[in-house]
Every structure is written in C-alpha cells, then in structure tokens.
Design a binder for this molecule. Structure first.
Ligand SMILES: [Zn+2]
Ligand SMILES: [Zn+2]
Length: 307
C-alpha cells in the first residue's frame, strides 16, 4: 500500500494568509507550507481521500492521474471543495469514453455536498453512500467507514479503515481518522493497524475546543489504545497553539491550553513546534517520553510511505 500526503495542513493552509503569528512568520521565513490535508492511497486502485480546495494544485504538483474512487470524510469545505477540478480528466478524453468516478460520503454529508456539486452527479461522479460498519469491497481492497464525532456542523463525519489483502493472504491495514474529537464506538477494527493517520490540530488540548478537533495531547490516548505497529502520522496541523511571548496570541485562531503537556526532564511545557524541524524533534521526544515503540512522523506535503 502506498500513501502520498498531498497536503498536511488545516482548513486555511499554513502559513495562514494575513496571519502574523510567530508560527506563520517562521514558516514563511523558511518557505515551508502545508496545504489542506488530503491523501492518495494506492492499492490495486487509486483512492483519493478528501478532494479539498487545493486539489488542482495537488494534481499539478504531483502529476496525479484520475482516481478510481474518492472517499470524503465529512461536509466541511476543506475536505471536498475541489471536486469539480476533476473535470480536467474528463475534458481531455474523447466523448463517451469517461466512466463516472464513484464518490463515497455518508448520506448526511451528501446533504451538503449534493447541494454544491449535484450538477456533476451522473456525469463526472457517481454518488455512493458510506455507511459506518459496512464494507466497500473492490478486488483485494476493503474499506470500512467508521463513525467519528466532529461537532454539530459535521454530523456526517466518518473515518476510513483501508485493508489490502496480499497474495500470501496477509492483510495490510491503514486507519485514517480525519477531523474528529472522538469515535462513537471503539471498534476492534480500529486496533492494531500497520499505519495510523490521525489529526493533530493543536499540540495541547485547548481551553475551548470550538470546532471539535483532535489535539496531539488527546491523540496520545488513541495512539496508546489503537497501537499502530509500523508508523503513525500526524496531519491537519493548524498553528493554533499559543507560543509564549507571541503578540498575536490574542487572535481568533489561538487558544490557550488547559494543561499543557510537560517535558518530564525539565518539568516545563514542551515548546510549541513552529517548523518542520521542531515537529521532527518533538515527535522523537514524545515517543521516548510516552514509551511508544512505533515511530511518529509529522509528514511534509509530498511525503510518501509504502508498507
Ligand atoms: Zn478539516
Ligand atoms: Zn472538519
């Protein structure tokens, strides 16, 4: 199974336009960027998860071919608003040779997505419904949606478990959570994946978790429970943590932590990561301090992983 991280940032990219906080400034200086979180998973099929508003940029940058199917996690704009850019594939083919791409989302998510992109259904796309617990089977690949909790404005949210059965019958398993604060039921299918891709919207759990997102502090509980064996990836990075001394800590995007995670050596809060190098260092330290045997990675846009 091949994973390509098309984008790794939150709903507004990083650095955020017009934001002068220390994180956005540092990333600008270093020419680092995180586009909206989206991934391509390749088994015997090309699966695109969350065709967000950066999709055309991703198609060009990574020279993407048309996906065989699309999975949408929920009805927030950063997870589906790029869908009509896929018309580029159809427009460059002879008439009558295009087969509509199956697009999976929950019925609740479709209530929103269908209003925006209903005019493309039947021609560019085929509407398919993701039902939590009901497998989508294609050849050697099985995809299971699971219900996630992501607040009142995303009642249709789900994550996906993707399993690929190899010729020797061994199964490779990826758990992809997308935006969430909890799962409705802790299903056994979520346990012991080879790879876990989990949201990390903040480093520390904020006093006010307004949009119901996952912090890395909270994610550690899920990581310890689900026990990925080969790798865990943190995505949907937002820059929403307050950095001590930052004059822009008073902006809407910033929220103070409830009880920041402490470095056991210094008994001081971990430094808030501001750039890729900071994230790389913190990931190693957090694994050591929490006795996690699986490597934690905060991928860059364009990073790949094969397992
Ligand atoms: Zn999002
Ligand atoms: Zn969301």
């Amino acid at each position: 199974m091949d994973i390509l991280f098309l984008g790794t940032g939150s709903a507004w990219r990083l650095p955020e336009y017009s934001c002068r906080c220390m994180i956005c400034q540092k990333m600008t200086e270093l020419k680092e960027e995180r586009t909206r979180t989206s991934i391509q998973v390749t088994t015997s099929r090309k699966i695109l998860i969350d065709p967000g508003p950066d999709l055309l940029f991703h198609m060009r940058r990574y020279k993407l071919q048309a996906p065989d199917l699309i999975l949408i996690t929920h009805e927030h704009g950063d997870h589906y608003l790029g869908m009509d850019d896929l018309l580029a594939y159809k427009r460059s083919m002879p008439p009558d040779s295009w087969r509509p791409i199956p697009v999976y989302a929950t019925e609740t998510a479709w209530e929103t997505i269908g209003v925006r992109f209903g005019y493309l259904l039947g021609s560019l796309f085929e509407k398919r419904v993701s039902e939590p617990g009901v497998d989508i089977n294609i050849d050697d690949t099985s995809i299971t949606p699971f219900k996630t909790v992501h607040g009142k404005t995303a009642r249709g949210s789900v994550g996906y478990v993707i399993r690929e059965t190899q010729k020797d019958k061994k199964v490779k398993k990826l758990v992809y959570t997308s935006d969430f604060i909890d799962v409705e039921t802790d299903l056994s299918i979520l346990h012991d994946p080879d790879v876990l891709i989990i949201q990390s919207h903040w480093l520390n759990e904020p006093v006010e978790n307004r949009p119901s997102h996952m912090s890395l502090q909270r994610a550690l509980d899920f990581i310890k429970k689900w026990r990925p064996s080969k790798r865990m990836f943190l995505v949907h990075i937002s820059g929403g943590d307050q950095v001590p001394g930052d004059p822009f800590n008073n902006t809407v995007k910033k929220t103070p932590p409830i009880r920041p995670m402490m470095d056991p050596l210094t008994q001081k809060p971990y430094s808030v990561p501001m750039c890729q190098q900071d994230w790389d260092n913190l990931a190693v330290k957090l694994c050591e301090d929490n006795s996690l045997s699986c490597q934690m990675t905060v991928p860059k846009d364009g990073e790949t992983f094969t397992f």
